[in-house]
Ligand binder design. Sequence first.
Ligand SMILES: Cc1cc2nc3c(=O)[nH]c(=O)nc-3n(C[C@H](O)[C@H](O)[C@H](O)COP(=O)(O)O)c2cc1C
Length: 323
Amino acid sequence: MNRSSASYPFVLDEGAWEAPYFLAPVAGYSDAAFRAVCAEMGAALCYTEMVSAEALVRGHIKTKELLERDPAERVYAIQLFGASPATLAAAAEIVSVYQPVVIDLNCGCPVPKIIKAGAGSALLKTPGKIGNIVRAMRDATRIPISVKLRTGWDSDSINYLETAGAAIEAGACAITLHGRTRAQGYTGKADWDAIRDLSARAPVPVFGSGDVFSAGAAADMRARTGCAGVMIARGALGNPFIFAELRKSGSIREINAHFIAETMERHLSLAVQHFGEKRACIEFRKHFCVYTKGLSGGAPLRARAVRCSTFKEFAEIFNELKG
Ligand SMILES: Cc1cc2nc3c(=O)[nH]c(=O)nc-3n(C[C@H](O)[C@H](O)[C@H](O)COP(=O)(O)O)c2cc1C
């Protein structure tokens, strides 16, 4: 791979590429409501959680629920997973009507069920197949295709240059590299040197992923690796404020209990609009727990929140937090 001038791989809002901090795809968390909150806080781009190409094509999932975005989220990215070039191509065509700025192919999921189906990080074993899938997806849609990789299957088979090379040759507009192998799961330290190496060599923009738990770490990753964008996953859960801290304009409100409660209220209201009160409240329980992690007096509130089933019940807790 030879690096040439890396131009922007897809269109974001004006100025967004100057602060390219993205909400990563996070299964179970990055739904329309949370993405809208992150976008409002200043995330330059948010990714949907990985969506099954197979289920989309078979009509087995409620596409609208999974793919619709809130008006507050002006641009977004859709991530697909699957194993068959034809199915992923058909899925790319289906999701194109939602006008994401980019469609991303998941080549990193370490979940055994996904791997068994030949999807996610199983694809790391066959770079040629990644190329075939990207080519098929590109032929099926005019929306740019990107790929999210891990460094390799395990420490004996680090092959991110090869997998990225195959994806780029097939027409991927950008690569995200999570600096861990499939075998590492989410343990150990993410290898930022690999992100730096790929960023220096790839002829397309590279986004870094792994171990960005603070605004400082995000800026540090960009500075140390030269990556074109930073994806934040665990560091954004219960902490969409990280994007406000990173937003170029700078100054943000103090992140106190009042601000956290206000943000949770906004988040839950959006979730109710999108998914209905019952589902929104059940799913919000886990968000409540991460929003209030480390907050003094949070434990008894969490014990109550995990039993809340209505907006009103949550609102009572929010009001207590607001004081
Ligand atoms: C609960 C959870 C769900 C995830 N879901 C996805 C997913 O759907 N697609 C994907 O490409 N990566 C997924 N990831 C991986 C993240 O996007 C990210 O690459 C990884 O967590 C490393 O970044 P972090 O250190 O900022 O968490 C998930 C990670 C977690 C912890």
